[in-house]
Design a protein around this ligand. Structure first.
Ligand SMILES: *[C@@H]1O[C@H](CO)[C@@H](O)[C@H](O)[C@H]1NC(C)=O
Ligand SMILES: *[C@@H]1O[C@H](CO)[C@@H](O)[C@H](O)[C@H]1NC(C)=O
Length: 414
């Protein structure tokens, strides 16, 4: 499927970095439709959404288009093929920009890298992938960057929390995996997380485990505080009554001792009473800390020096469910060179971000003014608006639950 002519053109036309290998680069300029295949997934259920080739409602350059989800409550699946390669012995850089114009409240903005042979017409939620990367937002609790690695036919979520951007502007997400099995996640060319594939995903069993044979020694003292042996009960402590007769209580006028019995004042809590005596606590001078089993090498651990390798990467895919549409992707890159990726981000997002922000603010202002005008035009219109809002929120909430359910399914599979 790949268009070798375009790829070659891209390879040599961009920046003066000659060392960079670009396996795939897509700026969604003319001809993009020849490189991407829209999947038939969900078409027979009429829930397949349509992509809009656009620069969006606000942008830094109206001629710089990407692809945007254009219908609410739809599934989206699209993919592009590139010449198959392995990232063995080289750095893998996966980057794209995404803008959620719709004020995303529940949905993803991630991309996938797929390997081997994929029927692009059938690409969908169940299609196995190698890497999934990008922001995921749902309600107040989920605002994170997904970085899922497939290893040994199992999907593994990153164990570290990487917060994502939540505004309505374009942001660049970059995932770098190096041959020394380290990785970095960048947003807008700023590193947000870095570490090792060994520790930040559970791809392999842990290198070391707690010694299952080890036992806490009998005489291990793990009490941090003990009763002070010097502390003594003050004399007369136990004589303090818990309650006292209420000094303000008066015998009622009509109290008849013969009929009602002898009158006694009701009792109230005694402020002097402090409960049963307990010696005060002091730090235990013999405290040895919490006992921990010593670690030993895990017999089940077998190192895989090719932990980071995806031997036959071949497609980039976008597969999403959108309650509210408006997510716009652009500048997709698969390369071996973080410096090249950085420059691409600077040349595109970096150059446009100020103008985009200004355009966004202008659009917000205009929307506010229109709202004010509508309000002035009469309360009927306003009432209608409000009803619309409420309906929208309700169905969002429902669908949010749906999505959570779906997510759980996905996570179960992981
Ligand atoms: C595509 O996006 C543009 C810009 O936001 C918008 O004006 C147009 O209506 C959209 N087209 C479709 C089919 O959604
Ligand atoms: C791969 O997964 C299978 C099944 O879960 C497991 O038995 C096997 O040990 C795993 N291999 C590696 C190298 O992790």
């Amino acid at each position: 499927m790949g268009n070798p002519k375009t790829l070659t053109l891209i390879l040599f036309s961009l920046f003066a970095i000659t060392s960079a290998k670009v396996f795939f680069e897509e700026r969604f300029e003319d001809g993009w439709e020849n490189r991407w295949v829209v999947s038939d997934w969900k078409k027979d259920e009429s829930t397949a959404g349509v992509w809009n080739h656009t620069s969006g409602k606000w942008n830094g350059d109206p001629n710089d288009k990407g692809i945007q989800t254009s219908e609410d409550y739809r599934f989206y699946a699209i993919s592009a093929e590139f010449p198959e390669f392995s990232n063995k012995d080289q750095t893998l850089v996966f980057q794209f920009s995404v803008k959620h114009e719709q004020k995303l409240d529940c949905g993803g903005g991630y991309l996938k890298l797929l390997s081997g042979e994929v029927d692009q017409k059938k690409f969908g939620g169940d299609t196995p992938y190698s890497i999934m990367f990008g922001p995921d937002i749902c309600g107040y609790s989920t605002k994170k960057v997904h970085a899922i690695l497939n290893y040994n036919e199992t999907n593994h979520l990153i164990k570290k929390e990487v917060p994502c951007e939540t505004d309505q502007l374009s942001h660049v997400y970059t995932f770098i995996i190096r041959p020394d099995a380290t990785y970095s996640i960048l947003i807008d060319n700023v590193e947000k997380q870095t570490g090792s594939l060994y520790t930040d995903w559970d791809l392999l069993p842990p290198k070391q485990i707690k010694d299952p044979e080890a036992k806490k020694p009998e005489d291990w003292d793990d009490k941090e505080y003990i009763p002070d042996p010097e502390d003594k009960k003050p004399e007369g402590y136990d004589d303090i009554p818990k309650e006292l007769p209420d000094p303000d209580a008066k015998k009622p006028e009509d109290w008849d001792d013969e009929e009602d019995g002898e009158w006694t004042a009701p009792t109230i809590p005694n402020p002097e009473y402090k409960g049963p005596w307990k010696p005060k606590k002091i730090k235990n001078p013999n405290y040895q800390g919490k006992w921990k089993a010593p670690k030993i090498d895990n017999p089940d651990f077998k190192d895989d020096p090719e932990l980071y390798v995806y031997p036959n990467l071949r497609y980039v895919g976008i597969e999403l469910w959108q309650v509210k549409s408006g997510t716009l992707f652009d500048n997709v890159l698969v390369s071996d060179d973080p410096e090249y990726a950085k420059q691409l981000a600077e040349e595109t997002w970096g150059k446009q971000k100020d103008a985009e922000k200004a355009a966004f603010e202008e659009a917000e202002k205009k929307a506010d003014e229109e709202e004010t005008n509508e309000d002035a035009a009469g309360s009927d219109a306003e009432d209608e608006d409000e009803t619309d809002d409420v309906e929208g929120e309700d169905s969002d909430a429902e669908t949010k639950e749906d999505k959570d359910g779906e997510d759980e399914e996905v996570h179960d599979e992981l």
